[in-house]
Ligand binder design. Structure first.
Ligand code: 6PG
Length: 244
């Protein structure tokens, strides 16, 4: 078991609001320390509420977008305009509405394919991030316990090759090719924030979360263990199966 910070919130909107505040605080810390904020966006649909919140309601002024560099936890090997693209979702809901300079948005180029796209992203991380990790990575969890595109039962994403040590080729259970940050890269992040909402995540959260504030390493999401224990923002429906 490993320590984590489990925060149960009323509903998905409360999860988005809490995540926005924590994202702002992480940005302030990073810019004070390094003059820039290296943010990794999650894939999937859960972050959409957070993206909508950040795109409106005065958040544009609260976040230092002009000093923020945007990265992704993973991507499907589709063109950026494809409805399944994680970049496309964030671009439509958030990035076109805030003042982040386009040159600071570093999407995974899924159109290159998983192997070449992962190698290219490893180079992008070396160039744009340097040897340290990202300041904050947002992650979701699949009902099978995957996170980013690190799926149960595969070693893809372990970052065991030099060419793919920071981003690696992967495949979803249906075989569709993916690019993912490696577990090594996720664990190098200063901070990891999981966003988990909905009844559909009840069972997997009960499996991942052990007694007290701890997670088990049996599933990929439970193996994300950066130096600073990850924070899990979970709404009540997803937390319904947690042991007290
Ligand atoms: C992806 C994601 C993936 C996602 C989970 C949860 O590209 O699919 O990176 O890890 O976070 O599958 O997805 P939902 O938020 O849609 O439930």
């Amino acid at each position: 078991m490993s320590e984590c910070d489990l925060v149960v919130l009323r509903d998905a909107d409360a999860v988005a609001a809490e995540a926005a505040c924590r994202l702002r605080d992480a940005a302030c810390r990073a810019i004070e320390a390094e003059g820039r904020f290296l943010l990794g966006l999650a894939g999937g649909t859960t972050p959409a509420r957070l993206y909508e919140l950040l795109a409106g309601g005065g958040w544009n002024e609260q976040l230092p977008w002009e000093r923020t560099l945007i990265f992704w936890s993973d991507e499907r090997c589709v063109p950026p305009a494809h409805p399944d693209s994680n970049f496309g979702l964030a671009e439509r809901i958030l990035l076109r509405h805030v003042d982040v300079p386009p040159r600071q948005v570093h999407r995974m180029r899924g159109e290159l394919g998983a192997v070449a796209g992962a190698a290219a992203y490893t180079e992008t991380l070396d160039t744009e991030v340097g040897p340290a990790g990202l300041d904050l990575v947002l992650l979701g969890v699949g009902a099978d316990g995957h996170t980013a595109s690190l799926f149960p039962g595969t070693s893809a994403g372990d970052g065991d090759s030099q060419r793919h040590r920071r981003a690696a080729p992967a495949a979803a259970p249906d075989g569709s090719p993916r690019i993912t940050l490696t577990l090594r890269e996720l664990n190098a992040a200063c901070e990891v924030l999981f966003l988990v909402t909905g009844e559909g995540k009840r069972e997997v959260m009960a499996t991942i979360c052990g007694p007290g504030n701890s997670t088990s390493p049996g599933l990929p999401a439970g193996r994300v263990r950066p130096a600073r224990p990850p924070t899990w923002l979970i709404d009540r429906p997803a937390a319904a199966g947690l042991r007290s």
